[in-house]
Design a protein around this ligand. Structure first.
Ligand SMILES: Cc1cc2nc3c(=O)[nH]c(=O)nc-3n(C[C@H](O)[C@H](O)[C@H](O)COP(=O)(O)OP(=O)(O)OC[C@H]3O[C@@H](n4cnc5c(N)ncnc54)[C@H](O)[C@@H]3O)c2cc1C
Length: 477
């Protein structure tokens, strides 16, 4: 790290610098601006300071200092979160985990690896691929997001339909509690550990219960075979029906993704175009994997279902290069929105698959109502929608309109028995929408749990839960 002249009269900054070293703390406004938000850029707040501890002891000492001096603080990984979880709403001391990025061990025999929280998701698969293994949770941001951030958000990804989201792959955690104590949870991967399921509680707790400093994850053997299909549909209703038909035929593809026409326009205008037609309403990207025997039959059945649902064109990837090209096009889909709009807001609702056509139609109506384009690019197999509301923050009132349109999309998901987030978390962005799902009593039951871990509410305050009181009516289907 660049050596700087260290000059400050702030006793807290001086004390924190004594813990992590003068070269591992930022406190000047011009340095802090980069930490005023994450991937949810609508709210911005400057932190008090950003510290870069290099090990658990330093994290614990920083936390203990903040706890004793009533300084708000929060953890930060790569800052790719889309719900504002890492925004320092209260002028927090931001504890960045990016220097804690070691792959500590790999145990192929027992199919597990231990990583520090700042270890980048994709690096794990890259580190074990030559030995025939991989780490399954694959958020589209996996080339830069950290496994610590994935644990906090219980991240999902395209291949989580078959293999499960992050919580299904976490075997143990080392956690610094909000008072600075260090605990280990998970019993070396024992399937039914004694006591409460703290691993389940901590995973997905959005950085409000503790700071994760070491993670034991499950790793999987590469499937023997995989095949990938691309299907173009004139009508989004036919594509949605094909999704339902595939699942109800008893197949669980490794991935089953959908993009609508606006999303296709964006990915074709961005860095990894594939040459998708511009006049179709939807495409499906479907991947099956497993042992070689039976894969061809599954592909045949998928092709048959697509044809039955009036597919315009359907093709199977001819080689790994073609497959990788299709996936690069899909996985960079959010960023591709930049090619057609100055700003976009990503939503993350979940619905029963059977409600896909109905909810997509409602999203179209919301788009018309607000006069904003909404692209849809999502994990169709598990009903995890990502409406991307396109807007221009420079136009007065348009940000507010985008937020309202996003909220209505979530309300539509909740109303058909779905949820307001499938993988991106609640953070700041969706905490009011928690009322679409929970009563005041249910929210209080959960904040009571938070208060046991985080009694002073200094760790990541103002996230995940609204303050009980205001009530929102959601009509259930
Ligand atoms: C282009 C793009 C595509 C994306 N695609 C997906 C996707 O397919 N699936 C998906 O699930 N998400 C996706 N995301 C969202 C995001 O990448 C994930 O939520 C990811 O898990 C965040 O990791 P991070 O390291 O960036 O965490 P950050 O954004 O830094 O932090 C996120 C939250 O985790 C907390 N936190 C971070 N580290 C720790 C720690 N060590 N201990 C405790 N709390 C911690 C923070 O306080 C914050 O509340 C995408 C984001 C982008 C920008």
């Amino acid at each position: 790290m660049r050596k700087k002249i260290f000059r400050t009269n702030d006793p807290h900054i001086q004390a924190l610098a004594r813990i992590v070293g003068e070269e591992a703390i930022l406190f000047k406004k011009e340095d802090l601006i980069a930490y005023d938000c994450d991937g949810f850029t609508v709210h911005r707040h400057l932190p008090k300071a950003v510290v870069f501890p290099k090990n658990t002891e330093e994290v614990a000492a920083v936390v203990k200092y903040c706890h004793e001096h009533d300084l708000p603080f929060l953890a930060r990984g790569a800052g790719t979160g889309l719900s504002g979880g890492a925004i320092p709403l209260n002028g927090e001391v931001v504890i960045s985990l990016v220097r804690m990025k070691r792959l500590i061990s790999v145990d192929l025999e027992n199919r597990r690896a231990v990583v520090e929280p700042g270890f980048v998701n994709l690096k794990l698969t890259n580190s074990i691929a030559n030995r025939g293994y991989y780490y399954a949770p694959d958020p589209s941001s996996q080339y830069c997001c950290t496994i610590g951030g994935n644990v906090a958000e219980n991240a999902g990804g395209a291949h989580c339909l078959k293999y499960g989201v992050t919580t299904n792959h976490i075997l143990g955690l080392e956690v610094v509690l909000p008072n600075g104590e260090v605990i280990e949870i998970g019993e070396n991967g024992i399937l039914d550990p004694l006591g409460y399921d703290l691993l389940g509680l901590l995973t997905g707790s959005e950085g409000t219960l503790g700071i994760v400093t070491k993670i034991t994850v499950r790793i999987l053997k590469n499937p023997e075979a995989k095949q990938t299909v691309l299907a173009y549909f004139d009508r989004v209703a036919d594509a949605s029906q094909a999704v339902s038909d595939i699942i109800s035929a008893g197949m669980v593809p490794a991935a089953l993704e959908m993009m609508d026409q606006t999303a296709i326009e964006a990915v074709e205008a961005a860095a990894f175009p594939v040459g998708h037609p511009n006049d179709i309403e939807a495409l499906l990207l479907i991947e099956v994997d497993g042992i070689s025997a039976g894969i061809d039959e599954q592909i045949e059945e998928i092709l048959h279902i697509c044809r039955k649902r009036n597919v315009r064109e359907v093709k199977v990837a001819q080689n790994e290069q073609e497959r990788a090209k299709w996936w690069a096009n899909r996985k960079t889909g959010f960023g591709a929105m930049g090619a057609i709009s100055p700003d976009y807001l990503v939503q993350d609702g979940v619905i029963p698959r059977s409600k896909l056509p109905e909810v997509l139609q409602q999203i179209e109506q919301i788009s018309k109502k607000y006069g904003l384009r909404i692209a849809n690019i999502f994990h169709a197999g598990d009903g995890n929608l990502h409406p991307l509301v396109l807007f221009n923050s420079e136009k007065p009132g348009e940000t507010e309109k985008a937020l309202a349109a996003g909220s209505e999309c979530l309300q539509a998901c909740a109303a058909v028995g779905g949820s307001i987030t499938g993988e991106h978390g609640v953070g700041v962005e969706k905490k009011e929408e928690m009322r679409f799902i929970f009563t005041d009593d249910e929210i209080t039951a959960q904040t009571n749990i938070r208060d046991v871990f985080n009694p002073k509410n200094l760790l990541n305050a103002g996230k995940l839960f609204p303050t009980p009181g205001r009530c929102v009516e959601v009509k259930k289907a």
